[in-house]
Ligand binder design. Structure first.
Ligand code: G1P
Length: 321
């Protein structure tokens, strides 16, 4: 199934006794995206473009860059066009081939060559934990990665490879954190942590997680370390999700299922990520993402930056033409 070497590891009490490196990714993408209405009435938010590629393509590329070739999309009603994006388009390809437009031909074929894309339907939107639970029959007992469908990291500052390696060593739950201002804790899963003794120093700033809480008010937040939308989970998370009661927002939360495992002795670690995270889940973050990525593009970045600088310097919006 995989040509990755098996890694035998010693882990803390309560965890599995060895772990293989995760080779599958799950992308929960069934949400209704109410923050983006009406744009998302007929178009899944995962297909909103960042310059000329949909958000979801950046996310699948992040998984494949980390060596993952098996990607399960958790979808919902009205979201089948996400799958079309990763299919071939023979009619379009033939037309581009006739015209000798090799660059566009490669761009159209690219998504279909990235990975094997599988889908599974979440029939009711009962929360992120519930969505991940839908992956059980595809994933089985093996560890797997979860990539949330509305955020991604800068390709030159990758996160997932170190997370996959850390999970193969611990056999437990591996998360990534980023620092948020205290007022924003209620938007994220928040952790309390303890330092590690340098055991995983080769993988970055690794901390041990001593508690997890979903969307706490600032006065109840144990820290300002927020859960980033990347997880590498052991197969036993499914059984924990099955035992998880609805939590914040009345939803079955992945954070709560992970906290259950942690309280039962499964090791939970996290890498504190200080690279660039793009959050396309809300209009402001989406706009920031588009601007940053456009400004860095080889083909149009220089022209765009020049225009943007002029636009920002001008007194009135729309003043710089
Ligand atoms: C989800 C998770 C949360 C995490 C966040 C990251 O929240 O439940 O723990 O911090 O993603 O983006 P959501 O954005 O679905 O409300």
């Amino acid at each position: 199934m995989s040509d990755q070497p098996e890694t035998e590891v010693t882990v803390h009490a309560g965890a599995t006794t060895g772990s293989t490196r995760a080779v599958k990714a799950v992308i929960p993408a069934a949400g209704l995206a109410t923050r983006f209405l009406p744009a998302t009435k007929a178009v899944p938010k995962e297909l909103l473009p960042v310059v000329d590629r949909p958000v979801l393509q950046y996310i699948v590329e992040e998984a494949t860059a980390a060596g993952i070739r098996d990607v399960l999309l958790i979808t919902g009603r009205g979201k089948t066009s996400m799958v079309d994006h990763f299919d071939r388009r023979p009619d379009l390809e033939a037309r581009l081939e006739e015209k000798g437009d090799d660059a566009r031909l490669a761009a159209v074929r690219g998504p279909s060559e990235l990975a094997d894309i599988f889908t599974c339907r979440q029939h009711e939107q009962l929360g992120l934990g519930h969505a991940v639970g839908c992956a059980q029959s595809h994933v089985g007992d093996e560890p797997f990665a979860v990539l949330l469908g509305d955020e991604f990291v800068k390709p030159s500052e990758p996160l997932l490879p170190a997370m996959l390696e850390l999970q193969a060593r611990t056999g437990g739950v591996v998360l990534a954190f980023f620092e948020v201002p205290p007022a924003e804790t209620k938007r994220y899963g928040i952790a309390s942590v303890a330092p590690t003794d340098g055991e995983f120093a080769d993988l970055g700033d690794v901390v041990e997680v001593t508690g997890l809480v979903e969307k706490p008010a600032p006065e109840e937040a144990p820290s300002n370390l927020a859960v980033l939308g990347r997880y590498v989970l052991p197969g036993r998370i499914f059984e924990a999700i099955g035992r998880t009661e609805p939590g914040a927002g009345g939803e079955i939360q992945l954070t709560d299922a992970m906290e259950l495992l942690r309280a039962e002795g499964v090791p939970v670690h996290a890498i504190v990520y200080r690279g660039t995270r793009y959050d396309t889940g809300m209009p402001l973050g989406y706009l920031q993402t588009v601007v940053q990525i456009a400004a860095e593009r080889d083909d149009l970045g220089a022209e765009f930056r020049a225009w943007l600088a002029e636009f920002v310097a001008s007194d009135s919006p729309g003043g710089a033409q």
